[in-house]
Design a protein. Structure first.
Length: 326
């Protein structure tokens, strides 16, 4: 072995050690800044949503995003309407709408269903999303469910470990007087991207039906409580899926920030959703449910998301728990 080889090995080891130290410091900074980081999954190695030991934190602060905005391979995705994006966005971020990653609505069809892998791969390429880069998903406002739908789509494509949600979103970024732009970035450079689709992240209606019968999984309804109780919702049969419990999206965040892991755990425990069984989340059409899926993943639960959600369930002949008789 030559002296050059030995020196290279020592440099490599020192680089790895420094990287690990930097990662630990970054996580510590996130916690000290008052934002939460991803809890390590415990006992869920077989869970489809389990994150690798070296995965990026699921949440990053605005400070972290500002410090790393010019990192090589970092992609910022600003999730909003086009009008919102054009009025101002995180400098360097790329516009993303749910219409880009969902099948166009057709009469009688389910809403917000995943498009083909080919279309998602093309979408990733347009945005410069590569196999090894980092992706930061930025909610435009305090309604986090559109951003978590994008995050879920990245996880479905197999790159969820490289993705993070910016806690506080664009509104926090703007309040802190950080760099804002009304200019669309230039076309993204081509980078290698290989989809590794995680079909198992999406619960099918048959799995949900089985769970209602054998209680093998916790079913969580992410809709507002009035819809869970059968007050409106725009469906022929109002109510909720049998055995489901309600953890409304309004309870998991405040002013665009997710509540702490301890508070989120308490919300689950209050509904007797313990870690002994996997979780299936649902909502109206599979958008709000991604926020509860995100939360479940963040606190280390084995979670899937029912994409057809109550729109599919209510439109079938499967049993529902309807509103109380008057």
């Amino acid at each position: 072995m030559t002296l050059n080889t030995v020196a290279a090995m020592m440099f490599s080891r020192r680089t790895i050690a420094l990287a690990l130290t930097a990662g630990a410091v970054a996580l510590s900074a996130c916690r000290s800044a008052g934002t939460s980081t991803a809890a390590k999954p415990v006992g869920v190695s077989a869970a489809p949503n389990a994150r690798a030991a070296n995965a990026a934190p699921m949440l990053v602060t605005t400070e972290w995003a500002a410090q790393h905005a010019n990192d090589r391979g970092l992609v910022l995705l600003h999730v909003s309407t086009k009008a919102q994006y054009d009025s101002g966005h995180v400098a360097g971020s790329r516009f993303v709408s749910l219409e880009e990653i969902a099948i166009p609505m057709q009469p009688g069809a389910l809403s917000l269903q995943m498009v083909s892998v080919e279309q998602l791969t093309a979408w990733a390429a347009r945005n410069g999303i590569g196999d090894s880069g980092r992706v930061i998903v930025i909610p435009h406002d305090a309604n986090l469910q559109s951003a978590t739908r994008v995050f879920f789509t990245l996880a479905y494509l197999g790159i969820g470990d490289n993705a993070s949600l910016m806690d506080g979103g664009y509104q926090a970024w703007k309040r802190e007087a950080r760099a804002v732009s009304t200019t669309t970035p230039s076309a993204a450079a081509a980078v290698p991207f290989t989809p590794r689709v995680r079909l198992e992240l999406i619960a099918q209606v048959g799995q949900v039906e089985t769970a209602t019968q054998d209680q093998s999984r916790h079913i969580i309804d992410a809709r507002l409580t009035r819809f869970f109780n059968g007050d409106g919702g725009g469906y022929p049969r109002p109510g909720h899926i049998p055995s489901a419990v309600n953890i409304p999206i309004s309870s998991v965040s405040l002013n665009g920030y997710l509540r702490s892991p301890a508070e989120l755990q308490a919300l689950f425990e209050a509904q007797k959703v313990d870690s002994s069984k996997p979780v299936i989340t649902y909502c109206h059409i599979g958008q709000q449910a991604t926020l509860l899926w995100f939360v479940a993943t963040l606190i280390g639960r084995d979670a899937r998301m029912y994409d057809g959600s109550f729109q599919e369930w209510s439109g079938s002949t499967r049993p529902i728990v309807g509103p109380p008789a008057k």
